[in-house]
Write a protein that binds this ligand. Structure first.
Ligand code: NI
Length: 176
């Protein structure tokens, strides 16, 4: 079922999410089905459970290769539960981000270039990956939602924050 996505300003988005304690349950599968439906409906690259009003440490993300956007790197479809992130170097990189909770806007956000993420999938199987670039950026963005952090809170240069249509006139910009 497609769920309403909470918008920036809703205090629920500022809360800490709780860890999932039981895996492979009907409740968890139902939550993930709703998250997938909602993300697909809005053409998102990722979604965190708190964005649909569920305060659990669950995120999904994934970006398919799209010939219309050849510069966008592919990210495998992933369910990540109770994540832990560890940067693999101090190196940061700035790039544009959007968020389904901040519709119509983009901002330039610094993120770690390389990181390791660990957690569980919906069956409770361990996930342990070391990634970089756009994949690493998406993971950091989604996991920030679990700590009550929205990307505008990480922007350093507010001259690079604004409405998509004003920032990129005439360009087709990937949703989310
Ligand atoms: Ni977001």
């Amino acid at each position: 079922m497609i769920r309403e996505v909470l918008k920036m300003g809703d205090p629920f988005l500022l809360q800490q999410a709780r860890p999932v304690e039981r895996f492979d349950t009907p409740e968890l599968q139902a939550l993930l089905a709703d998250m997938r439906d909602t993300m697909a409906h809005l053409n998102g690259a990722g979604l965190a459970a708190p964005q649909i009003g569920v305060g659990l440490q669950v995120v999904i993300f994934g970006v398919a290769r799209n010939p219309r956007y050849p510069d966008v790197e592919e990210v495998p479809d992933t369910v990540l539960i109770n994540p832990q992130l560890s940067p693999l170097s101090d190196e940061l990189e700035e790039d544009w981000e959007g968020c389904l909770s901040v519709p119509g806007l983009r901002g330039m956000v610094p993120r770690y270039v390389r990181l390791r993420y660990q957690g569980y999938d919906e069956k409770g199987q361990r996930i342990d990956r070391s990634v970089d670039g756009f994949h690493a950026r998406v993971v950091q963005h989604e996991c920030d939602h679990l700590a009550g952090i929205l990307y505008p809170m990480r922007i350093r240069d507010f001259s690079k924050f604004g409405f998509i249509q004003a920032l990129f006139p005439g360009e087709e910009v990937l949703d989310e």
